[in-house]
Design a protein around this ligand. Sequence first.
Ligand code: SF4
Length: 256
Amino acid sequence: MNAGVSLLRPAPANPATRPELTEALRAAVAAKADAARAFLREAAAEFGTAGELTFANSFGAEDMVLTDLILQAKLSIEIFSLDTGRLPAETYTLIGEVEKRYGVKLKIYFPDADAVEQFVRTHGINAFYDSVELRKACCGVRKMEPLRRALAGKKAWITGLRAAQSVTRTGMAAREFDEGNGLEKLNPLLEWSEAEVWAYIRLFDVPYNALHDQFYPSIGCAPCTRAIAVGEDVRAGRWWWEDPTTKECGLHVSER
Ligand code: SF4
């Protein structure tokens, strides 16, 4: 064998993360970014000045667009994140990049250590694969309880949800009352397409999770996230062993 030829080739980059930046796409992104900025400004004026508005940043592509919009405009919107303790290494790398790029220290909530210990000792380290109930219980301990602490005292929270992401997210409104958490839920990117999200990231050189280039459209905890095949639903990589209609972690379950 030719010593200069390596059998190891770089993995193919996901074309979805590099849309062709046509004039039409640039114009659509500019219009939607303006609308999202106006939406966020109004939200900040309504809830932010009293510290009652927060943005749940999970470091997905949509959340990176919102992070950029909020921090570039210096809006009075708190940003928080949940560290479940099971995040992929790439997400921690991105957290460090965000802190460096924007000169901020992120407000990160961790699960209650005693509750995690108890759950793992009772059910095992990877119990989420055993049943929907145990998966939801794990999400409850690692995400929902910290989320409740993060939302305590807030009147509204911002998410990066898009309607096209999941069968469970169609029919949502840009602003709706979140019965489960008892506050307004604001979704400024609801009508954005995946191509528009990635065009924004490319045009403004926004940091993003390296896993997106490896066909991970939706990134959560490492053991519950996988790459998807071309043509699969963008949420197919999350809790892939479950029925699609049950696949919300509880953070964004509508009461409807
Ligand atoms: S996504 Fe998986 S590991 Fe993360 S909290 Fe939910 S069940 Fe647990």
